[in-house]
Every structure is written in structure tokens, then in C-alpha cells.
Design a protein around this ligand. Structure first.
Ligand code: FRU
Length: 300
């Protein structure tokens, strides 16, 4: 056989061989149902996209709502119809999202809950920092800062989301031991800056002495600070938040420019989520409940 004929003979086989190798990696379609659009979630999504590149065969499909529970239920229903291979979901509110998430799980779609929980154990795995523990840490920090005495305002995350209720339960478990720390105003500010601004304006109007504002995320803490600043009262009040995002407009920047007194790291953990998903998909051992770390960030 001439050299040319040999090539003509070999090339198609080499091509078929390469094609066969390529097809060996199964592609898994992973549906991601996000409950909000903000910097914290954008960071999580970017981390997931990057980490997925290191795990061949993962196709990520994002569906995102703007804090709208009914729309999120529809997104999950459509993921079930599309027969995705795994669902990652951060449930906006626990109770109304529990049935549709249980439905996905019953349909043999592995479910990985991130950041927020549902009201049932019908899920495959959960991953987030311990919100109850963060609440306790905030409580201890405040008790120390105020030396056991002062008037505080609480701006809570969306009622019905487990991160909000757990942060508050953890916080109260500590702060209730300090009878001279008095909550003079508290409101649901739905995790949003503009809602926090509205509520803070009301708190300032009602109370002529406020020593500290604890907002359950940095966005709400910054909103509260800005309103107090406009009223000329920001210097009399400590502002505390949660998330500690790096970068522009993040909580760390607000610590550096002294708008916030302290913030607590609430990791986005997108890389860890995909590593966990990979274990689930490939039947490797994993834990059902996975806790990410937290820490306080302040001037020190
Ligand atoms: C982002 C966010 C964070 C907060 C978390 C709580 O959407 O609002 O700021 O820490 O959700 O679930």
C-alpha cells in the first residue's frame, strides 16, 4: 500500500476513534433556580460557571426570578418537564416552594439546596453557612460593642426565607440574655436596599435614640446608613450587616470607608456547590448537610 493510500485508509478510522472518545463523557444538564438578582448571587453564579469548566460534561442552565415565589415555582415546574439531571435551587420562601421541590425529588431528580432551606427532608443535599450560628455571632459582637446596653433596630430579610428566620433565632438566643439591650424597631426589609431605606426612615422618625442597626445583609445595612446620613444621624449609630462581599459596593468596601462597623462573611460557595454536585452525579460519597465557614470582618 502506498503512503497516500495508507493515510486515506487511516484518517476515517482516526476520526471515528476521536468521536467515540468524545462521546464517552456523559453530559449532565443541571438546572439552577435562583431566587434573586444581586451581586451576591452573581458571584455565586460566576463561581459555579468557572468550577463547572473543571468538571467535563456539566451543562448549566440558569433560571432566575426577582424575589418572586410564584415565578420560581413555574421555573422549577419547567425544569421538571425538561427532565434535567439535577436541580440546584435557592428557595425564595420555604413553605410555598416545598411541594414543587419535593415533586422534583420524587421524580428522581437529585435536588441540591443552596443558601436557603425548605420545610422537609425531601432533598439530596444542602450547602450554606450556618445562619443560626451567624446570628449568634452577631449577637455576641453587639453585646460586646454596646457593653450590654443600648437601643437597636433590626432590619430582617424576607419573612419566610429560612436564612432570615435562622439568623434571627440565633441572634435572639444571645441578645435575650441582655435585658438592657432593647429592640426599639424591627421590620421585614425583604433583603432589599430600597425596602431598608423605607423602613429606616420610619425607625428614625419614631425613635430619637438609636445606638445600632443590625441589618441581615450589607445591602440593607448600606440603605439604612444612607438614610441616617441624610438625616444627619449616621455618626451616632453603628451599622452592622452580613455577606462581606469583596469588590465595588460590597460590604468590605463599606467597612473600609467606615459606613459599616462590622459585617459577617456569608460565603457564596459556587465552587463548593459544583464539587458537591459532581459527587452526587457520579455516585461518590457526600454529606447531606454541608456547612461553609463564616467570620467577622471589622476595622481590626
Ligand atoms: C442574596 C441574599 C444575601 C443574603 C442571602 C440570604 O440574594 O439576599 O444578601 O445573605 O441572600 O439568603
Amino acid at each position: 500500500m502506498s503512503k497516500k493510500n495508507l493515510y486515506i485508509f487511516i484518517i476515517p478510522f482516526a476520526f471515528l476513534f476521536l468521536l467515540a472518545c468524545k462521546n464517552k463523557t456523559t453530559t449532565y444538564t443541571i438546572g439552577i433556580s435562583q431566587c434573586s438578582i444581586d451581586n451576591w448571587r452573581e458571584k455565586m453564579n460566576t463561581e459555579m460557571r468557572h468550577e463547572a469548566l473543571l468538571h467535563p460534561g456539566m451543562k448549566l442552565i440558569f433560571k432566575t426570578v426577582e424575589d418572586d415565589t410564584h415565578e420560581q415555582i413555574k421555573d422549577i415546574e419547567s425544569f421538571i418537564e425538561e427532565k434535567i439531571d439535577l436541580l440546584i435551587v435557592s428557595p425564595n420562601e420555604a413553605a410555598p416552594l416545598t411541594p414543587v421541590i419535593e415533586k422534583a425529588y420524587r421524580n428522581k431528580i437529585p435536588v441540591v439546596l443552596v443558601d436557603r432551606k425548605i420545610l422537609s427532608d425531601q432533598y439530596t443535599a444542602f450547602i450554606a453557612a450556618d445562619n443560626h450560628q451567624i446570628g449568634e455571632e452577631v449577637g455576641n459582637y453587639i453585646a460586646n460593642l454596646l457593653k450590654g446596653k443600648g437601643k437597636i433596630v433590626k432590619l430582617l430579610g424576607l419573612k419566610g426565607s429560612t436564612s432570615a428566620s435562622e439568623r434571627d433565632q440565633g441572634f435572639q438566643s444571645v441578645i435575650s440574655k441582655y435585658p438592657q439591650i432593647e429592640t426599639v424597631y424591627q421590620a421585614d426589609a425583604a433583603w432589599l436596599k430600597n425596602k431598608a431605606e423605607e423602613k429606616m426612615a420610619e425607625a428614625l422618625h419614631q425613635q430619637n435614640q438609636i445606638d445600632l442597626v443590625f441589618a441581615q445583609n450589607d445591602r440593607m445595612a448600606l440603605g439604612a446608613y444612607e438614610v441616617a446620613e441624610k438625616e444627619g444621624r449616621a455618626d451616632d449609630i453603628f451599622f452592622l450587616g452580613i455577606d462581606a462581599l469583596p469588590g465595588k459596593d460590597g460590604g468590605i468596601e463599606q467597612i473600609i470607608n467606615k459606613k459599616l462597623k462590622a459585617t459577617f462573611i456569608y460565603p457564596t460557595g459556587g465552587d463548593k456547590i459544583i464539587q458537591l454536585v459532581s459527587k452526587v452525579l457520579h455516585d461518590r460519597p457526600f454529606q447531606k448537610n454541608n456547612t461553609l465557614y463564616t467570620a467577622v470582618i471589622d476595622q481590626s
